[in-house]
Design a protein around this ligand. Structure first.
Ligand SMILES: *Cc1c(COP(=O)(O)O)cnc(C)c1O
Length: 461
């Protein structure tokens, strides 16, 4: 399988190369040249598979021999054996045809483990085979950093540099990153905000000459195709668990960078009957404004109780736009340029298609907390604030209550105690395997908000 850039200028790459890069050289994102498509009967034949068997079915055509099938199968088995729930992604019922799929049973208690636990193993396999070394440079407002560190800590050929804004991530999130001790793990607490961290990551990728040619950089945010690929699996898993594919299922997805919900869109393109895809945002609602009103204007960043969705623009939205513009890379380039100079509208035909595929809703902090409280009262399920936004959006957007509606529960509530307490619920306890998190030794360095300081650390370690 070949991968092509959303801007149409960069060379097509194979899976292995796509795994080992970040953005395409023309500034675009890589997508598969074509998707596998499955009939209802084929999908139905997967209904007895375990999560990891299903993951192999879904992922194998994308890897397409870059890793021998038997090895790939083993890597996938190991990945999901490390989750601490036998169902890997259990579904819980909240009400009539109303479900949440818990995606927080991985090592860092957020859905990003589904992709990054596998990504780390894929990287390790390929780098060892090629006897190559890479550096992961990433920025995090919390969940990505810990999932990337947990996913790649045992990769001998990977050095990990994760920047987080100093004093601006929650204690649980910081400890999850900084208590993983290893010579290849470098936590940089930047004296700036999350945007500053992200800018520095971009600057590192834009000019890699400071590395002296010894290592190349690998991206671990959702611009990396392997992350999206791994997330397609659980849409099939949910549908198969709820009577699909002979009946349709709908999904509501708490969304920031549009990675997770884009995987749902791909599942639908691959043949899974999905009735509705609901984009759930917090007050940072660029996606909701775009989908409901064709308004893709950038607005100032709001800090909310659901920080993992605090974004101004969604990088993966470009992958969707590529399809909505009939895979015309020149049209996408042109659109992105117009966005940069202040324009904020999609072509009417493209916007029409976006709004046919997606519903959307935006939820503020007060309603987030009210939803946590209400769901806890009626079901004793304690939702994290991101998931609460998903549940609220699902209720608002549901067009057919005879179809199961599944909200992706993207994080364990223990990671976001502020929202839980504001909702009037008791602070949840850390799961067994992290009960001693607050006693563990932390290791991180405070670094000036200065790209040269960051580059100096990367080159010297
Ligand atoms: C990363 C994250 C999201 C947003 O996912 P995207 O793929 O960026 O849309 C939502 N909830 C939680 C808890 C997250 O960590």
């Amino acid at each position: 399988m070949k991968y092509i850039s959303t801007r149409g200028q960069a060379p097509a790459l194979q899976f292995e190369e796509v795994l080992l890069t970040g953005l395409a050289s023309d500034g675009g994102l890589y997508v598969p040249e074509s998707l596998p498509h499955y009939s209802i009967d084929e999908i139905a034949s997967w209904s007895e598979l375990t999560y990891s068997e299903l993951a192999y079915k879904v992922v194998q055509p994308f890897v397409d021999g870059a890793i021998p099938d038997a090895d790939l199968k083993q890597l996938i088995d190991e990945t999901y054996a490390g989750f601490d729930h036998d169902a890997v992604a259990p579904l819980k019922q909240l009400g009539h045809n109303e479900w949440v799929m818990e995606l927080f049973h991985g090592p860092t208690l957020a859905f990003k483990d589904f992709a990054l636990q596998l990504l780390g193993r894929l990287l390790d396999f390929i780098l060892q085979r090629n006897n190559k070394r890479v550096a992961i440079v990433g920025a995090t407002s919390g969940d990505t950093g810990s999932a990337a560190i947990e996913g790649c800590r045992r990769c001998d050929n990977v050095d990990i540099y994760i920047m987080h804004p100093h004093n601006r991530v929650s204690d649980v999130q910081r400890k999850q990153m900084t208590t993983v001790i290893g010579d290849n793990i470098h936590n940089l607490a930047i004296e700036g905000n999350f945007d500053d961290c992200q800018q520095m990551v971009k600057a590192c990728f834009a000019d890699q000459s400071f590395l002296g040619g010894e290592r190349s950089l690998v991206a671990v945010n959702s611009i990396n195709w392997a992350r999206i690929m791994s997330q397609i699996v659980y849409y099939f898993h949910a549908a198969l668990s709820l009577g699909g594919p002979h009946r349709p299922v709908s999904f509501s997805v708490p969304t920031g960078n549009f990675g997770d919900i884009f995987a749902g869109y791909l599942a639908k393109q691959m043949g899974l009957p999905i009735a509705q895809l609901v984009v759930a945002t917090n007050k940072n609602d660029i996606l909701h404004r775009c989908i409901s009103n064709n308004d893709y204007s950038k607005q100032t960043l709001d800090h909310t109780l659901s920080p993992s969705m605090d974004i101004m623009v969604s990088s993966n939205f470009e992958r969707l736009l590529f399809d909505m513009y009939d895979r015309d890379g020149a049209a996408v380039s042109n659109l992105i340029e117009r966005f940069a100079s202040g324009s904020a509208e999609l072509d009417q035909a493209a916007w029409q298609r976006v709004s046919e595929h997606f519903d959307s809703f935006s939820v503020d902090d007060d309603v987030t907390c009210a939803t946590i409280a209400e769901v806890f009262e009626s079901t004793e399920e304690l939702l994290d604030p991101h998931t609460a936004i998903g549940v609220k959006a699902a209720r608002e957007c549901n067009r057919d209550t005879s179809i199961p509606m599944v909200t992706l529960a993207t994080a364990h509530p223990v990671k976001f105690p502020e929202a839980v307490l504001k909702a009037g619920c008791e602070e949840p306890k850390l799961p067994h395997h992290m009960a001693d998190l607050f006693e563990r030794e932390e290791r991180f360095q405070v670094v000036a908000n200065d790209i040269n300081a960051v580059k100096a650390i990367i080159t010297s370690s």
